[in-house]
Structures are given as C-alpha cells and as structure tokens.
Design a protein around this ligand. Structure first.
Ligand SMILES: [Cu+2]
Length: 245
C-alpha cells in the first residue's frame, strides 16, 4: 500500500489534534479505514467540502476517488504509542496503510466548531433518470446497455436545473460525476448510508443496489462525463456523456 508514494510510511506526530485529508487513489480497491488502537475519526468533510456538522465514525469506508477529511486527536494516546491506520477490507499487508508514532503532548488550542457549513437540500427535480451500471461480458462494462461513445449523450439537463438520478448496480461501481457535486437521497428503501453525508462527487454503489442522487447542474453549459471510477471498468468503457444546455 502506497501513501503519498511511499510504502507503509511512518509519520511522527505530536500529542495533538491533526486534520487528515485522505483520498482513496487505488485503482479498484475499496478501503475500510480504522485507527488501531481504536479512536474515533471525526469527519469534517467529504468529496465536495465541509459537512454541515462533524460526524464521529469508528471506521470509514472509502471507494476509489472518494475523500475523507477528518480530525484525529492523538493527545488521547500516551506518548510513544504506535497507532496504525488499518484497512479492514485488505488481506495480509494490504490490511495496513500507515503508522503514526505519537510524541509528547502539545497544546493545540483547537476547538472543533459544532457547525461547519450550511448545506441546503436540493429542491424537487425537474427530471428523474435511471442509469444501469452492468457487466457486458467480453465487450466491457455498460451504462444502460451501452459502451462509451464520445458522440452519445445520455442526458441533457438544463443549466440551473435539479435532476434525480437513480443509479442501479450489478457490482461495486464507484460512480463519479464531473462538473457538479451531488447529494445522496437514498439507498434502496433506506436513507443515505453512514458515509454519504455532504456534497459528494463519487458514490460507493454496491452489488444489486439502487441509490438516488440529486444534482444541480450549474456553472457552465457544455459536455461532461460521468463514469465508474474503478479504473478497470472506466477503461473498459463504463462512461457516459451529459450535456448541460
Ligand atoms: Cu464499475
């Protein structure tokens, strides 16, 4: 496992609060991250910026391309403690990510605010679309039965409009949209999952799952892509275009 280009690195930290900004940059590997010895990861942000309020997690699942912005309080560990960031989805050494060596306590004077940002729920959608992410045998990986074509347009949302996209999956597909972040509305008959809070640009779709996301298309007109961020799927044509008009 490489972290910032180094295999299983060790970082020396003071006994203080640190902000860790984590990107899952693996080709296809989902990570289930946890500190050992166990302390909470206090999530403050995600793919598209700060959450509305901090969320405490005992562990955090990150699909490829997803980001976790978290505060870890190393002052809770005695000086000299070796703290590992582990990956519970990994076998053997892929279950290890990196290690922190905790030094002396250092006053940091930082108080995490209870409120971090304002996230307004997106209004009712102008359009609802359904997109199926499926295996295509030897042809590649398909969206609504089609391989990527640079000329095909799967959706033409109007600039400023809100759409709901129902994403249906046969396998693990971390679905990523360009241009605008989105909000996860539901997974199956339930609400968003524990790792879905805030503005996302990649959703961790799991096998035989249907999720709904709301997107406001704003900023610029033009052609953009959406795709599975499992690189082996993306490279095997699991990508589509949308055009903001
Ligand atoms: Cu995929």
């Amino acid at each position: 496992m490489l972290v910032n280009g180094a295999p299983w690195p060790v970082a020396t930290v003071e006994g203080a609060q640190y902000r860790l900004r984590i990107l899952n940059a693996c080709n296809a590997r989902r990570l289930d991250l946890r500190l050992d010895p166990g302390r909470p990861l206090t999530q403050i942000g995600t793919d598209g910026g700060l959450l509305a309020q901090p969320l405490r997690h005992e562990h955090f699942v990150l699909a490829p391309a997803q980001r976790l912005d978290a505060i870890v309080d190393f002052s809770a560990y005695p000086p000299g403690t070796a703290v590992s960031l582990v990956n519970d989805f990994g076998e053997g050494r892929m279950g290890e990510v990196l290690r922190f060596r905790v030094g002396e306590r250092a006053p940091d004077g930082f108080r995490l605010p209870g409120r971090l940002s304002t996230i307004e729920p997106l209004g009712p959608p102008a359009v609802t679309r359904t997109l199926h992410f499926q295996a295509g045998g030897t042809k590649g990986w398909l969206i609504n039965g089609e391989l990527f074509s640079p000329h095909a347009i799967a959706a033409r949302p109007a600039l400023g409009s809100v759409e709901v996209w129902r994403l249906v999956s046969d396998f693990h597909h971390p679905v990523h949209l360009h241009l605008n972040p989105f909000q996860v509305l539901s997974r199956g008959l339930a609400g968003p999952g524990p790792f879905d809070a805030g503005w996302k640009d990649t959703i961790d779709l799991r096998p035989a799952e249907e999720a709904a996301i709301a997107i406001r298309f704003d900023g610029y007109r033009g052609k953009y892509v959406f795709h599975c961020h499992n690189l082996e799927h993306e490279d095997m044509a699991m990508m589509g275009n949308f055009e903001v008009t």
